[in-house]
Design a protein around this ligand. Structure first.
Ligand code: 6CS
Ligand code: FE
Length: 311
Protein backbone atom coordinates (compact mmCIF):
# COMPACT_ATOMS: atom_id res chain seq x y z
CA UNK A 1 0.00 0.00 0.00
CA UNK A 2 1.33 3.42 -0.96
CA UNK A 3 2.03 5.66 2.03
CA UNK A 4 0.16 8.93 1.92
CA UNK A 5 2.17 12.04 1.18
CA UNK A 6 1.37 14.98 3.42
CA UNK A 7 -0.80 17.57 1.68
CA UNK A 8 1.10 20.84 2.10
CA UNK A 9 -1.21 22.77 -0.23
CA UNK A 10 -4.86 21.98 0.60
CA UNK A 11 -7.29 23.11 -2.11
CA UNK A 12 -10.67 22.26 -3.75
CA UNK A 13 -12.31 22.57 -0.34
CA UNK A 14 -15.98 23.10 0.51
CA UNK A 15 -15.24 26.44 2.16
CA UNK A 16 -12.61 29.11 1.56
CA UNK A 17 -9.46 29.12 3.69
CA UNK A 18 -6.93 31.96 3.65
CA UNK A 19 -4.03 31.99 1.23
CA UNK A 20 -0.59 31.37 2.70
CA UNK A 21 3.10 31.76 1.95
CA UNK A 22 4.54 29.01 -0.27
CA UNK A 23 6.45 26.28 1.56
CA UNK A 24 9.01 25.70 -1.15
CA UNK A 25 11.87 27.84 -2.45
CA UNK A 26 11.42 29.49 -5.86
CA UNK A 27 14.91 28.48 -6.98
CA UNK A 28 16.02 25.12 -5.66
CA UNK A 29 19.76 25.59 -5.61
CA UNK A 30 20.20 23.42 -2.48
CA UNK A 31 23.59 24.69 -1.45
CA UNK A 32 25.05 24.53 -4.97
CA UNK A 33 26.40 27.47 -6.89
CA UNK A 34 23.19 28.70 -8.45
CA UNK A 35 24.94 30.65 -11.19
CA UNK A 36 26.33 27.40 -12.58
CA UNK A 37 24.19 27.37 -15.75
CA UNK A 38 22.97 29.58 -18.60
CA UNK A 39 21.02 32.04 -16.40
CA UNK A 40 22.90 34.97 -14.86
CA UNK A 41 22.48 36.02 -11.23
CA UNK A 42 20.39 39.02 -12.32
CA UNK A 43 18.08 36.77 -14.38
CA UNK A 44 17.76 34.40 -11.42
CA UNK A 45 16.89 37.33 -9.15
CA UNK A 46 14.22 38.47 -11.58
CA UNK A 47 12.70 34.98 -11.78
CA UNK A 48 12.77 34.73 -8.00
CA UNK A 49 11.08 38.12 -7.57
CA UNK A 50 8.49 37.97 -10.39
CA UNK A 51 7.94 34.23 -10.89
CA UNK A 52 8.78 34.55 -14.58
CA UNK A 53 11.47 35.62 -17.00
CA UNK A 54 11.34 36.52 -20.70
CA UNK A 55 14.19 35.78 -23.12
CA UNK A 56 13.62 37.41 -26.52
CA UNK A 57 14.86 35.79 -29.78
CA UNK A 58 15.49 32.42 -28.21
CA UNK A 59 14.74 30.53 -31.43
CA UNK A 60 15.90 31.97 -34.74
CA UNK A 61 13.27 32.73 -37.43
CA UNK A 62 14.20 29.71 -39.61
CA UNK A 63 13.68 27.31 -36.68
CA UNK A 64 10.42 28.97 -35.73
CA UNK A 65 9.24 28.53 -39.34
CA UNK A 66 9.91 24.78 -39.18
CA UNK A 67 7.89 24.42 -36.00
CA UNK A 68 5.10 26.49 -37.51
CA UNK A 69 5.01 24.32 -40.63
CA UNK A 70 4.56 21.36 -38.28
CA UNK A 71 1.60 23.09 -36.61
CA UNK A 72 -0.06 23.59 -39.97
CA UNK A 73 0.42 19.91 -40.78
CA UNK A 74 -1.12 18.89 -37.42
CA UNK A 75 -4.27 20.83 -38.18
CA UNK A 76 -4.83 18.50 -41.17
CA UNK A 77 -3.63 15.29 -39.52
CA UNK A 78 -6.49 12.84 -38.90
CA UNK A 79 -4.54 10.94 -36.24
CA UNK A 80 -3.88 14.12 -34.27
CA UNK A 81 -7.41 15.43 -34.71
CA UNK A 82 -8.75 12.18 -33.24
CA UNK A 83 -6.21 11.90 -30.41
CA UNK A 84 -7.51 12.29 -26.86
CA UNK A 85 -4.96 15.01 -26.16
CA UNK A 86 -6.40 17.26 -28.87
CA UNK A 87 -8.85 19.74 -27.36
CA UNK A 88 -11.12 21.88 -29.55
CA UNK A 89 -12.49 25.33 -28.77
CA UNK A 90 -15.82 25.26 -26.87
CA UNK A 91 -18.60 24.51 -29.38
CA UNK A 92 -16.22 24.54 -32.37
CA UNK A 93 -14.00 22.22 -34.38
CA UNK A 94 -10.95 24.50 -34.25
CA UNK A 95 -8.03 23.18 -32.23
CA UNK A 96 -7.44 24.88 -28.88
CA UNK A 97 -4.62 22.69 -27.57
CA UNK A 98 -2.69 19.57 -28.48
CA UNK A 99 -1.31 17.86 -25.38
CA UNK A 100 1.58 15.39 -25.40
CA UNK A 101 3.14 17.10 -28.39
CA UNK A 102 6.66 15.85 -27.57
CA UNK A 103 5.31 12.29 -27.92
CA UNK A 104 3.88 13.09 -31.36
CA UNK A 105 6.71 15.06 -32.91
CA UNK A 106 10.39 14.31 -32.95
CA UNK A 107 11.28 17.95 -33.51
CA UNK A 108 9.40 18.93 -30.35
CA UNK A 109 10.86 15.98 -28.46
CA UNK A 110 14.40 17.06 -29.36
CA UNK A 111 13.66 20.55 -28.09
CA UNK A 112 12.95 19.11 -24.62
CA UNK A 113 16.58 17.92 -24.58
CA UNK A 114 18.11 21.14 -25.83
CA UNK A 115 21.24 21.60 -23.68
CA UNK A 116 20.52 25.27 -23.08
CA UNK A 117 16.93 24.61 -22.03
CA UNK A 118 17.90 21.72 -19.77
CA UNK A 119 20.74 23.81 -18.32
CA UNK A 120 18.21 26.43 -17.21
CA UNK A 121 15.82 23.76 -15.91
CA UNK A 122 18.56 22.16 -13.79
CA UNK A 123 19.60 25.56 -12.48
CA UNK A 124 16.05 26.43 -11.36
CA UNK A 125 14.96 23.02 -10.06
CA UNK A 126 18.32 22.00 -8.55
CA UNK A 127 18.00 18.46 -9.89
CA UNK A 128 17.39 16.41 -12.98
CA UNK A 129 13.95 16.78 -14.53
CA UNK A 130 11.44 15.16 -16.85
CA UNK A 131 8.42 16.39 -18.83
CA UNK A 132 5.27 16.55 -16.71
CA UNK A 133 3.16 17.92 -19.57
CA UNK A 134 3.71 19.35 -23.04
CA UNK A 135 1.27 21.14 -25.28
CA UNK A 136 0.66 23.61 -28.07
CA UNK A 137 -1.98 26.24 -27.49
CA UNK A 138 -3.35 27.48 -30.81
CA UNK A 139 -5.69 30.37 -30.10
CA UNK A 140 -6.96 30.79 -33.66
CA UNK A 141 -7.74 34.27 -35.05
CA UNK A 142 -11.29 35.57 -34.31
CA UNK A 143 -12.38 32.41 -32.42
CA UNK A 144 -9.62 31.63 -29.93
CA UNK A 145 -11.05 31.77 -26.42
CA UNK A 146 -9.08 32.88 -23.37
CA UNK A 147 -7.81 31.09 -20.28
CA UNK A 148 -9.09 32.19 -16.87
CA UNK A 149 -6.74 33.21 -14.04
CA UNK A 150 -5.12 30.21 -12.42
CA UNK A 151 -1.99 28.72 -10.91
CA UNK A 152 -0.97 25.60 -12.83
CA UNK A 153 0.45 24.12 -9.65
CA UNK A 154 -2.97 24.27 -7.99
CA UNK A 155 -4.37 21.95 -10.69
CA UNK A 156 -1.29 19.72 -10.87
CA UNK A 157 -1.31 19.31 -7.10
CA UNK A 158 -5.04 18.63 -6.75
CA UNK A 159 -5.68 16.63 -9.94
CA UNK A 160 -2.28 15.06 -10.68
CA UNK A 161 -0.71 14.66 -7.22
CA UNK A 162 2.31 16.90 -7.76
CA UNK A 163 3.57 17.16 -4.17
CA UNK A 164 5.70 20.34 -4.11
CA UNK A 165 6.32 23.53 -6.06
CA UNK A 166 9.34 22.31 -7.97
CA UNK A 167 8.32 22.58 -11.61
CA UNK A 168 8.74 25.22 -14.30
CA UNK A 169 6.95 25.96 -17.58
CA UNK A 170 8.87 26.91 -20.69
CA UNK A 171 6.66 28.67 -23.21
CA UNK A 172 8.06 29.40 -26.65
CA UNK A 173 6.08 31.74 -28.86
CA UNK A 174 5.61 30.38 -32.38
CA UNK A 175 3.74 33.45 -33.62
CA UNK A 176 4.27 37.09 -32.72
CA UNK A 177 2.54 37.91 -29.45
CA UNK A 178 0.89 41.31 -29.67
CA UNK A 179 -1.58 43.21 -27.46
CA UNK A 180 -4.31 42.07 -29.90
CA UNK A 181 -3.99 38.29 -30.13
CA UNK A 182 -4.49 37.33 -26.50
CA UNK A 183 -0.94 37.15 -25.12
CA UNK A 184 -0.12 35.46 -21.82
CA UNK A 185 -0.75 37.75 -18.83
CA UNK A 186 1.04 37.16 -15.54
CA UNK A 187 0.86 38.67 -12.05
CA UNK A 188 4.46 39.22 -10.96
CA UNK A 189 5.09 38.07 -7.39
CA UNK A 190 1.91 35.96 -7.24
CA UNK A 191 4.00 32.76 -7.11
CA UNK A 192 4.94 33.49 -3.49
CA UNK A 193 1.48 32.71 -2.15
CA UNK A 194 -0.68 29.63 -2.48
CA UNK A 195 -4.36 30.39 -2.93
CA UNK A 196 -6.58 27.44 -1.96
CA UNK A 197 -9.58 27.21 -4.30
CA UNK A 198 -13.17 26.43 -3.36
CA UNK A 199 -15.18 23.50 -4.74
CA UNK A 200 -14.79 19.72 -4.88
CA UNK A 201 -13.37 18.29 -8.10
CA UNK A 202 -15.73 16.10 -10.16
CA UNK A 203 -14.26 12.95 -11.78
CA UNK A 204 -12.91 13.61 -15.29
CA UNK A 205 -13.03 17.33 -14.61
CA UNK A 206 -10.35 17.88 -17.26
CA UNK A 207 -12.82 17.20 -20.07
CA UNK A 208 -14.50 20.47 -19.17
CA UNK A 209 -11.62 22.46 -17.63
CA UNK A 210 -9.38 22.24 -20.69
CA UNK A 211 -12.05 24.04 -22.71
CA UNK A 212 -13.07 26.42 -19.96
CA UNK A 213 -11.74 26.32 -16.43
CA UNK A 214 -14.25 27.15 -13.71
CA UNK A 215 -12.93 25.14 -10.76
CA UNK A 216 -9.39 25.61 -9.51
CA UNK A 217 -9.59 29.33 -10.08
CA UNK A 218 -8.90 31.74 -7.21
CA UNK A 219 -11.66 34.07 -6.02
CA UNK A 220 -11.98 37.44 -7.72
CA UNK A 221 -11.02 39.10 -4.42
CA UNK A 222 -7.75 37.16 -4.28
CA UNK A 223 -6.91 37.96 -7.89
CA UNK A 224 -7.76 41.64 -7.37
CA UNK A 225 -5.63 41.79 -4.21
CA UNK A 226 -2.56 40.40 -5.97
CA UNK A 227 -3.07 42.42 -9.17
CA UNK A 228 -3.55 45.63 -7.14
CA UNK A 229 -0.38 44.92 -5.21
CA UNK A 230 1.86 43.86 -8.10
CA UNK A 231 0.18 44.81 -11.39
CA UNK A 232 -0.23 42.60 -14.47
CA UNK A 233 2.32 42.08 -17.21
CA UNK A 234 1.75 40.75 -20.71
CA UNK A 235 5.09 40.11 -22.42
CA UNK A 236 4.75 40.74 -26.15
CA UNK A 237 7.33 40.28 -28.86
CA UNK A 238 8.27 38.49 -32.04
CA UNK A 239 7.93 34.73 -32.50
CA UNK A 240 10.78 32.74 -31.00
CA UNK A 241 10.72 34.31 -27.54
CA UNK A 242 10.94 32.12 -24.46
CA UNK A 243 8.89 32.80 -21.33
CA UNK A 244 9.91 30.78 -18.26
CA UNK A 245 7.34 30.78 -15.51
CA UNK A 246 7.25 29.19 -12.11
CA UNK A 247 4.50 26.59 -11.60
CA UNK A 248 2.59 28.72 -9.07
CA UNK A 249 2.60 32.06 -10.94
CA UNK A 250 -0.95 33.28 -11.58
CA UNK A 251 -1.62 33.70 -15.29
CA UNK A 252 -4.47 34.07 -17.77
CA UNK A 253 -5.06 35.23 -21.32
CA UNK A 254 -7.79 36.99 -23.22
CA UNK A 255 -9.67 35.77 -26.27
CA UNK A 256 -8.10 36.39 -29.65
CA UNK A 257 -10.32 38.83 -31.53
CA UNK A 258 -7.59 39.69 -34.02
CA UNK A 259 -7.42 37.89 -37.38
CA UNK A 260 -3.97 36.50 -36.47
CA UNK A 261 -3.46 33.23 -34.57
CA UNK A 262 -1.39 33.12 -31.43
CA UNK A 263 0.37 29.79 -31.04
CA UNK A 264 2.64 28.95 -28.14
CA UNK A 265 4.50 25.83 -27.27
CA UNK A 266 4.67 24.72 -23.63
CA UNK A 267 6.94 22.28 -21.88
CA UNK A 268 6.51 21.68 -18.18
CA UNK A 269 9.60 20.30 -16.49
CA UNK A 270 9.19 18.66 -13.11
CA UNK A 271 12.01 17.69 -10.76
CA UNK A 272 12.74 13.96 -10.51
CA UNK A 273 12.55 14.59 -6.73
CA UNK A 274 8.94 15.69 -7.14
CA UNK A 275 7.34 12.81 -9.05
CA UNK A 276 3.56 12.48 -8.89
CA UNK A 277 1.75 10.67 -6.09
CA UNK A 278 -2.00 10.02 -5.83
CA UNK A 279 -4.02 13.16 -6.68
CA UNK A 280 -4.67 15.22 -3.53
CA UNK A 281 -8.29 15.86 -4.59
CA UNK A 282 -8.93 12.13 -4.06
CA UNK A 283 -9.92 11.33 -7.66
CA UNK A 284 -8.23 8.88 -9.97
CA UNK A 285 -5.17 10.27 -11.79
CA UNK A 286 -5.70 12.16 -15.05
CA UNK A 287 -4.40 10.58 -18.27
CA UNK A 288 -0.67 10.61 -19.00
CA UNK A 289 -0.95 13.30 -21.67
CA UNK A 290 -1.89 15.74 -18.87
CA UNK A 291 0.15 14.43 -15.97
CA UNK A 292 2.86 12.08 -17.16
CA UNK A 293 3.53 9.12 -14.82
CA UNK A 294 5.18 6.79 -17.32
CA UNK A 295 8.26 8.41 -18.83
CA UNK A 296 9.72 10.09 -15.77
CA UNK A 297 13.40 9.25 -16.18
CA UNK A 298 15.79 12.22 -16.12
CA UNK A 299 16.12 13.96 -19.49
CA UNK A 300 19.65 13.97 -20.82
CA UNK A 301 20.83 16.89 -22.96
CA UNK A 302 21.50 16.24 -26.63
CA UNK A 303 25.07 16.72 -27.78
CA UNK A 304 25.81 20.30 -28.68
CA UNK A 305 25.88 19.66 -32.46
CA UNK A 306 22.27 18.48 -32.27
CA UNK A 307 21.23 21.75 -30.67
CA UNK A 308 18.07 22.93 -32.40
CA UNK A 309 19.05 20.97 -35.46
CA UNK A 310 15.70 21.08 -37.16
CA UNK A 311 16.50 19.78 -40.64
O1 6CS B 1 -5.12 21.33 -16.47
C1 6CS B 1 -4.00 21.55 -16.89
O2 6CS B 1 -3.04 20.84 -16.57
C2 6CS B 1 -3.78 22.68 -17.81
N1 6CS B 1 -4.72 23.73 -17.72
C3 6CS B 1 -4.42 24.98 -17.75
C4 6CS B 1 -5.47 26.00 -17.91
N2 6CS B 1 -3.14 25.39 -17.63
C5 6CS B 1 -2.13 24.45 -17.33
C6 6CS B 1 -2.37 23.11 -17.85
O3 6CS B 1 -2.03 23.00 -19.18
FE1 FE C 1 -1.87 27.48 -17.21
Amino acid sequence: METRTEDLYPTRLERPIPSFERKDPVIHSLGRDRTDGPLSESQLKQYERDGFLVLGSFLDPATVRKFRDDLRAYEEDEGILRSEGTITEPGKQEIRSIFGIHELSERFDRLTRDPEILGMVHQLLGSDAYIHQSRINFKPGFHGKGFDWHSDFETWHAEDGMPRMRAVSFSITLTDNTPFNGPLMLIPGSHRQFIPCVGRTPEDHYRHSLKKQELGVPSEQDIARLANAHGIQAPTGPAGSLILFECNTLHASNANLSPWPRSNLFFVFNSVENRLVQPFCGNKPRPDFLGNRTRTEALRPLDAPELRQTG
